[in-house]
Design a protein around this ligand. Structure first.
Ligand SMILES: CC(=O)CC(=O)SCCNC(=O)CCNC(=O)[C@H](O)C(C)(C)COP(=O)(O)OP(=O)(O)OC[C@H]1O[C@@H](n2cnc3c(N)ncnc32)[C@H](O)[C@@H]1OP(=O)(O)O
Ligand SMILES: NC(=O)C1=CN([C@@H]2O[C@H](COP(=O)(O)OP(=O)(O)OC[C@H]3O[C@@H](n4cnc5c(N)ncnc54)[C@H](OP(=O)(O)O)[C@@H]3O)[C@@H](O)[C@H]2O)C=CC1
Length: 291
């Protein structure tokens, strides 16, 4: 099956990045969010990121105009029904994702493929709730989507070959590289990355180093482009906690216990860059540690 039209659910940092790369590759995109302001902010972000690419000579004004012209927005989930492919990129909570797939079901074309950008949740379980588990799989982009080369492809137990090949072809058309991960908690990248971030938070919690020194250590000592606390803020602390919790419950091993300090930050609503405060406070001219 050939994919030409794509519905993206959730206009947060991942949803807008996914809509951006799809539109640049020539797909017609409908971006949906429950919050109209999020849609406006998402479109503004796509325009700004494309503008930056124009300024750096990576694309032209004309290509930017065409890409923006391929993105429609809506707050009504049923407006995605005519799409060939759905990419669900809403909040990392299983009940939220289940409800989205339940509500989408009546308006979908028989051939529509369903995918989720989940960072950690079971593809087989999400697929099993739908009436089309053969046409369901994990399609996991990395943040920031316009920059990161990798996409993880995850089959559920029932995913058909046709579904997998159609989604694989889309990733190719986006110019990204795919790896295949088995359907285990957090797949490959986050199975490795998020426990590292959690360990950095324990390192802070136990007073081994300060926020700045922990980040500096991993940037200058291990050549990471961002320190782990800066990266946690970039991903979103709610998302990091959700992934650690899935690892902890899914693999039943205490080594995945979410750091209590991470839990506290999420309870405080300090979710990272997207809300202006996490391990760093972003509300001033330059980020400074929150405490
Ligand atoms: C949680 C999950 O489920 C999975 C995940 O995604 S885990 C997170 C994975 N991501 C990472 O690990 C990111 C680590 N950080 C980095 O790689 C880099 O810091 C970075 C690419 C984000 C920024 O790099 P930098 O050198 O500091 O910034 P800068 O030189 O300004 O930008 C580099 C490029 O990124 C683009 N960019 C930077 N931030 C961006 C953003 N938020 N959105 C879109 N584009 C962005 C810039 O436009 C620039 O593009 P061009 O080269 O095409 O001009
Ligand atoms: N952040 C990251 O680095 C990465 C995240 N992911 C995954 O991508 C998904 C999205 O993450 P991210 O973009 O960071 O999260 P954000 O919090 O930035 O965005 C999530 C968006 O989904 C919206 N939303 C919530 N419920 C619904 C619903 N029922 N219908 C439509 N939209 C809804 C939220 O609206 P509101 O705020 O109003 O609730 C918000 O706009 C998650 O599954 C996450 O694990 C994958 C790779 C990397």
């Amino acid at each position: 099956m050939t994919i030409e039209t794509v519905g993206v659910v959730g206009a947060g940092q991942m949803g807008n990045g996914i809509a951006h790369v799809l539109a640049v590759a020539g797909y017609d995109v409908t971006l949906m969010d429950v919050d109209a302001q999020r849609l406006e902010a998402g479109l503004a972000r796509i325009g700004a990121n494309l503008g930056r690419q124009v300024a750096r000579g990576k694309t032209s004004e004309e290509a930017k105009r065409l890409a923006l012209g391929r993105i429609r927005t809506t707050v009504a989930l049923q407006d995605l029904g005519a799409s060939d492919l759905i990419i669900e990129a809403a909040t990392e909570r299983e009940s939220v994702k289940q409800k989205i797939f339940d509500e989408l079901a009546p308006s979908l074309k028989p051939k529509t493929i369903l995918t989720t950008n989940t960072s950690s949740l079971s593809i087989t379980r999400l697929a099993g709730r739908t009436s089309r588990p053969e046409q369901f799989m994990g399609l996991h982009f990395m943040n920031p989507v316009p920059v990161m080369q990798l996409v993880e492809l995850i089959r559920g137990i029932a995913t058909s070959r046709e579904t997998f090949e159609a989604v694989q072809a889309l990733v190719q058309r986006l110019g990204k590289s795919a790896v295949v991960a088995e359907d285990y908690p957090a797949f490959i990248v986050n199975r490795i990355l998020i426990p590292m971030i959690n360990e950095a938070i324990y390192t802070l919690h136990e007073g081994v180093g300060s926020v700045v020194d922990i980040d500096q250590s991993m940037k200058l000592g291990a050549n990471h482009p961002m320190g782990p606390l800066e990266l946690a803020d970039f991903i979103g602390l709610d998302t990091c906690l959700a992934i650690m919790s899935v690892l902890h419950s899914g693999l039943a091993d205490t080594k995945y216990r979410p750091c209590p300090l991470l839990v506290k930050y999420v309870e405080a609503g300090w979710l990272g860059r997207k809300v202006g405060r996490g391990f760093y406070d972003y509300r001033g001219e330059v980020p400074v540690p929150s405490r």
